[in-house]
Design a protein around this ligand. Structure first.
Ligand code: ZN
Length: 257
């Protein structure tokens, strides 16, 4: 009995503090996820590519981009894909106030239609105890990833696809980008390499893996949760450039308010 209670407490605690990275399953299933979109050029091309393989994916959109391209949000939804919340305009959550975090999530949720609004992916993957709590307070489940494809770096599609294919196993959640809110250096790396990589991944795993959405993957297996505390690097964050608008600059004293 005591061990049962202890187990139950541990399970509740894990549910409260844990962040989903992937799913435990023996079935060959994988969830491709695309962050920072929708993008007027890349997202439609990506939808076509996925459709050609009967593949479903999950799009973690920023509210700002979703509000700018409602027809793309509808196209993603109509294609049977899932849509998750990636904040309004992509700040590092541990570096802003709790009030702003909750407002970022709610404002984004306001422009995302449908029933998958309860999925949240923190910008940059940055998370603190306080920001995890705010996701919970706004009714969101935090979804991180188990395979992070570095498509913000300068790699071609073949390299990115090989990187992903070496790491994908049943139940993987794969992070890529169909948009790019901000970037290192002088120019935004094009998303064409990501498109090329997705085509190669879909072709390589065609008939061997099922490509499904995160909500569907969560229904098909057991969510694996981990203590996910990714701390922001202020120097890198403050050097990022944005395609449009003024890049956000952070000061240390804002930390953990
Ligand atoms: Zn992002």
């Amino acid at each position: 009995m005591v061990s049962f209670v202890r187990k139950a407490v541990r399970s509740v605690r894990r549910r409260f503090s844990g962040t989903i990275t992937h799913v435990e399953t023996a079935e060959p299933l994988v969830a491709l996820t695309f962050d920072d979109g929708p993008d007027p050029v890349i997202t439609p091309a990506l939808l076509k590519l996925l459709g050609g393989h009967g593949a479903k994916a999950t799009f973690f959109m920023t509210g700002e981009h979703a509000a700018a391209y409602p027809e793309l949000v509808a196209a993603v939804r109509d294609g049977g894909h899932a849509i998750g919340n990636h904040s309004w305009d992509h700040p590092s959550f541990p570096l802003i106030s709790g009030r702003e975090r909750r407002s970022q999530i709610r404002r984004c949720a306001g422009v995302l239609p449908g029933s998958d609004r309860s999925l949240f992916r923190p910008p940059y993957g940055h998370q603190s105890t306080a920001s995890r709590r705010d996701a919970l307070l706004t009714g969101h489940e935090v979804i991180a990833w188990s395979v992070c494809v570095p498509d913000w770096e300068d790699h071609d599609g073949e390299w990115l696809a090989d990187f992903a294919l070496q790491r994908i196993t049943p139940g993987s959640v794969v992070l890529m980008h169909d948009g790019m809110v901000d970037f290192l250096g002088a120019a935004s790396p094009g998303r064409e390499a990501t498109l090329d990589a997705v085509g190669r991944i879909l072709a390589a795993l065609h008939g061997r893996y099922g490509f499904i959405t995160v909500p569907e993957l969560l229904r098909r297996g057991k969510a694996v949760r981990t203590a996910w505390w990714m701390e922001p690097d202020l120097e890198i964050l403050n050097s990022l450039q944005r395609k449009s608008g003024t890049p956000r600059r952070y000061a240390l004293p804002e930390l953990s308010r």
